[in-house]
Design a protein around this ligand. Structure first.
Ligand SMILES: C[C@@]1(CC(=O)O)c2cc3[nH]c(cc4nc(cc5[nH]c(cc(n2)[C@H]1CCC(=O)O)[C@@](C)(CC(=O)O)[C@@H]5CCC(=O)O)C(CC(=O)O)=C4CCC(=O)O)c(CCC(=O)O)c3CC(=O)O
Ligand SMILES: NC(=O)C1=CN([C@@H]2O[C@H](COP(=O)(O)OP(=O)(O)OC[C@H]3O[C@@H](n4cnc5c(N)ncnc54)[C@H](O)[C@@H]3O)[C@@H](O)[C@H]2O)C=CC1
Length: 237
């Protein structure tokens, strides 16, 4: 069985060997999370074209064959060539340097695999199948996209501001746990969803902290204050 872990790859040096269809999929997500990416590839999938144009970000696209020196000082390596033997060689060389590898055509030689992922603001939901049926991971990711909507992003955005204050103010851990479980419960989530629908809040509103977002956030902060009061004074809500 695999161990799930959420890695902070911001500014970490990552190597991808092979800029094909799969290499691009790995690249896109690494770019999204702020990694420092080097892609070495004999040829590049056209999906990389727009990235060749803006070559000033945290990535380096090198059109050539893989060289052992490419592994130097890398935090993680993805072997994503279409050549099984080359990918095997990369697994061996990276292993010698104690660098963790993902081998796109060989789960057995991989130190880690990549799950399908749905990001909803700060919520991250992932699916994997122990490498048995990646198409199922993809299908589950699509299901999660339907089920876990913008209300989760809104709630987490508001809680980013509120959680430290609640922890500071309420010293009793048991009461805090009750409060947080209530905020994460079905009843409260329904309220958040209603406000998303009523105010027509979009992802952009949340990211830009628009006035529509502020209005919704203020409403939720009041609701959360009511929950806190109810639990602190041990009322049954
Ligand atoms: C082991 C793993 C290694 C790794 O890449 O980390 C791996 C390996 C392989 N995948 C293959 C094929 C496909 N992969 C996908 C899709 C995804 N593959 C991803 C991960 C993983 N794929 C890891 C295990 C994850 C797990 O445990 O489930 C996802 C989840 C994440 C991502 O890549 O970002 C992403 C969905 C992203 C999304 O949409 O959300 C589709 C679907 C499609 O394209 O429709 C197909 C075609 C249909 C099919 O074969 O199922 C083949 C070739 C098989 C062959 O030769 O036929 C191999 C090689 C092999 O099996 O040896
Ligand atoms: N892990 C996954 O999610 C998936 C894995 N696969 C597996 O991955 C394999 C290939 O995936 P694709 O991206 O579609 O292949 P692709 O052929 O589109 O891309 C491979 C890239 O590697 C480059 N390359 C080959 N040898 C190289 C070398 N020595 N140095 C540098 N670059 C080199 C090529 O120029 C090419 O751009 C398939 O054979 C399949 O087994 C397929 C689908 C999904």
């Amino acid at each position: 069985m695999d161990y799930p872990i959420n890695l902070d790859l911001n500014n970490k040096d990552i190597l991808i060997v092979g800029g094909g269809r799969v290499g691009f999929r790995k690249f896109k997500r690494l770019f999204f999370v702020g990694a420092n990416i080097t892609v070495v590839s004999r040829e590049f999938n056209p999906a990389f074209d727009e990235y060749f144009k803006n070559d000033k970000e945290n990535y380096n696209l090198l059109q050539r064959s893989f060289d052992e020196d490419d592994l130097k000082n890398k935090f993680l390596v993805f072997a994503a060539t279409g050549n099984r033997k080359t990918n095997e060689d990369i697994a061996y060389l990276a292993g010698k340097e104690d660098i963790l590898v993902n081998i796109i055509d060989n789960a057995g030689l991989s130190d880690f695999t990549v799950p399908a992922a749905h990001y909803r603001g700060k919520l991250l939901l992932t699916a994997s199948t122990d490498s048995i049926l990646p198409a199922l991971s993809r299908k589950i990711r699509k299901d999660l996209e339907e089920k876990y909507g913008i209300e989760y992003q809104l709630l987490l955005e508001v809680m980013t501001e509120m959680r430290p204050g609640i922890i500071k103010k309420i010293s009793d851990m048991k009461i805090r746990r009750k409060i947080f479980r209530e905020i994460a419960g079905d009843i409260f989530l329904k309220k958040v969803k209603n406000i998303v629908n009523k105010e027509k809040i979009t992802e952009l509103d949340i990211n830009q902290k628009s006035t529509t977002y502020q209005k919704a956030a203020d409403y939720l902060i009041d609701e959360i204050a009511d929950i806190i009061e109810a639990f602190v004074f041990d009322k049954n809500i």
